[in-house]
Design a protein around this ligand. Sequence first.
Ligand code: PLP
Length: 368
Amino acid sequence: MNIPFLSFHKMNADVKAETLASFEHFFDKAWYVLGDQVKQFENEYANFNQTNHCVGVANGLDALIIALKTLNIGKGDEVIVPSNTYIASWLAVSYVGATPIAVEPKMDTYNINPELIEASVTSRTKAIMPVHLYGQCCEMDSIMTIAKKHGIAVVEDNAQSQGATYNGKLAGSFGDINGTSFYPGKNLGAYGDAGAITTNNDALAQRAMVIRNYGSQKKYYNDEQGINSRLDEVQAGFLSIKLKNLAKWNANRNHIAAKYMELLAGTTDLVLPTIANGATSVFHLFVIRTSKRDALQQYLQQQGIGTLIHYPVPPHLQKAYSELNGKPGDYPIAEEIANTCLSLPMFPGMTDEEITYVSSHIQQFLHG
Ligand SMILES: *Cc1c(COP(=O)(O)O)cnc(C)c1O
């Protein structure tokens, strides 16, 4: 059996007819940038995410950069980020000239540990950037309480968790201003790069719209030094169609996760995902941990099973951040996760037979 890490077949089949019709409509209309499709998708996504505003942008990294810019975060400022996130969260902070300050995650949920945040707050701290990693919403009530107490902003990185909740409230609706990504492999993925900002704050939404479009509200009149980071009309049209299917696909991911949990329970030297009390996950990824990670990945590859590592090197040990002089041992939890985690195949349309095949080979290897 051949099981890829990620397959788009089922999702694409679900939306094919509508998507081709949407392309034809777009093609005939011949309007390419910032038109009705973008406006419509922004309204639909704001509605889905239960926020007052959504601003479509070119990708998830830009969404975070623009969000930080609307808060005037820059040189000399610090932003608290998880030590184990995808590097984009750190890069957004660095790009605006601020310094990422890493805080360790919880060993069981892999999300930032709220109990460790306050020790890293200084007079320069301007924001906390919680990252809802692997599909699970962070423990946002504690994070919001800390932010309020210290008068600092919250910018959620919601690239991986569209539809996840904490105490019934959606990821991407807690922070002052938040970013998400519609990179093809995310739960809500475009057919190319795309992203968005969500916020309840009218002024921040307005400023984000200006920054994404060269700092301009009126053509050829520039209020500030913005960037070009617009969501394409054609991608917005496709995303509107996919958004209607997102709840169904997220439910399917939860079914797959439950099946993995059931089949893999009790396996030797295997740590399964943990969901915090009050949190839900949309299982962007299904991440297991084992001390035999590299050998297991190789064995599964030989059985035709694709897996990936999210992520093999934490940001503080990346060459890109050599300026921070990070050393092994600085963030032991992030390093332990990097050394032992493995993401199993997870995509809407994965069959019970495929889940069983993957699970039995993991057990065969770890028990054998
Ligand atoms: C994918 C991702 C991003 C960046 O999104 P792009 O659209 O690829 O720029 C940021 N943060 C996290 C946690 C991500 O997974």
